[in-house]
Each structure stands twice: as structure tokens, then as C-alpha cells.
Design a protein around this ligand. Structure first.
Ligand SMILES: [Zn+2]
Length: 214
């Protein structure tokens, strides 16, 4: 459901004014091509119809990826000057649509307010690294017959953990998960997030695993 809006822009090279399409909503889980444009730095690059030079023009947009519990308001970097004002405005605009955007969509966390594409690109790159590392970990976990339980994406980002947690089949609780994670780490010590998972499980108390998806 990537959605576009039309805005009037002015070419910084020759001053020509023209109407251009911009993404207003990007679904990270569905619009793979648009996500690639963000990661490759080609998002919102325009070509002037008169002088044919390329330039970037930012307009605010919403980045939504319910499966990854990600909802971000991405504003032009220039809005940083009046950061608080813009965040207040975005929050006000968000309230009436909060229910629609979060209900049944799996988005539970508070939205992020980002300025410029750089913080979003960094977040998506880090998530992609995390996905790759999670896949490697899952591969060795499956060879050992372990099941994989989803970690809350927001907690995975905050604690820099894999997106899933290995668990021996039929078991639950922190001690069993810690043993499974330690065994996997003994087989592959080149996974930094698996190491942090071992550390996080070892440091916790009780049998509950706070960062698992409910
Ligand atoms: Zn131009």
C-alpha cells in the first residue's frame, strides 16, 4: 500500500518548477523495491525535466513494517531546526489514525520520529544485519532440532539481539533457552548477537524471558 503524493518542487540547478511524486507511506514488509531505494540512497531522487540534472528532495513520509514492529515518521533533515514543533505536530496527526495503524497490524511500540533518511537507513541496515545473523543462527539451531521463538523486535533493537531465540522442543523458560544459546555459541562464535543473547539470558533472573514476543 505504498502511497504517493504530488508536491511542487523547484530544481536547485536551473530553478525550474515542476510537480513530482513522493512516497507518503512506505510499507517496509511489502514494498521491497522502495525499501531498496532507501537502502541504496536513491529514495526521493528527482530528475529535473528541463536541465535533466538529478537532485534529492525530501518530503515527510511514514515508514511502516508491522512484522518488525516499526512505525517511523521520517521528516526532512531541515525540520531539525524546529524539531520539537514538528514532533508535536506529527504526534497530533498520528493520534486519530493510531488505532487504524496499530490495530491488527502488530505494531505495539511507540512511533519513531526521524529527521532525514540517514537514521532510517542506519536502522534498516542494522536490521538487515540482524536478519542475516538470525538466519545463520536459525540454520544451526534447526540442525540441532531446536525450535525458534520470536523476540520482540523493539527489544531485539534495544539490546541488539537476534530476532529469534532458540529453545529445545517441548521446553520453555530462561534456563533452557540459556543452555540452547550457549550450545549454539559453542558451535559458532562468530555471531555477536548470539553472544549478547547468551549474556542477556545469563544476566536475567527467574524463568521468565522478558524480551520474548507475547
Ligand atoms: Zn533543472
Amino acid at each position: 500500500m505504498a502511497t504517493k503524493g504530488v508536491f511542487r518542487v523547484e530544481c536547485p540547478h536551473c530553478g525550474e518548477g515542476f510537480d513530482a511524486d513522493f512516497w507518503t507511506v512506505v510499507r517496509g514488509d511489502r514494498d521491497a523495491e522502495v525499501k531498496e531505494l532507501i537502502l541504496s540512497g536513491e529514495f526521493d531522487i528527482l530528475m529535473c525535466p528541463k536541465c535533466e540534472k538529478l537532485f534529492q528532495h525530501e518530503e515527510p513520509f511514514l515508514y511502516l513494517d508491522p512484522g518488525r514492529d516499526l512505525l517511523a515518521f521520517v521528516m526532512p533533515e531541515s525540520y531539525l531546526e524546529k524539531k520539537d514543533e514538528w514532533i508535536a505536530r506529527m504526534k497530533k496527526d498520528y493520534e486519530p489514525v493510531r488505532a487504524t495503524l496499530t490495530a491488527g497490524q502488530g505494531v505495539t511500540g511507540e512511533p519513531l520520529y526521524l529527521f532525514g533518511l540517514a537514521p532510517l537507513t542506519l536502522l534498516l541496515e542494522t536490521d538487515r544485519d540482524r536478519e542475516e545473523e538470525t538466519e545463520v543462527m536459525e540454520f544451526i539451531a534447526r540442525e540441532d532440532g531446536l525450535q525458534l521463538l520470536p523476540v520482540q523486535p523493539a527489544a531485539a533493537r534495544e539490546l541488539d539481539l537476534p530476532f529469534t531465540l532458540p529453545m529445545p522442543a517441548g521446553l520453555s523458560g530462561r534456563a533452557a533457552a540459556l543452555k540452547a544459546a550457549q550450545d549454539l555459541r559453542a558451535k559458532n562464535d562468530a555471531l555477536p548477537r548470539l553472544k549478547r543473547l547468551v549474556d542477556a539470558l545469563a544476566a536475567a533472573k527467574g524463568e521468565e524471558i522478558a524480551f520474548l514476543k507475547k
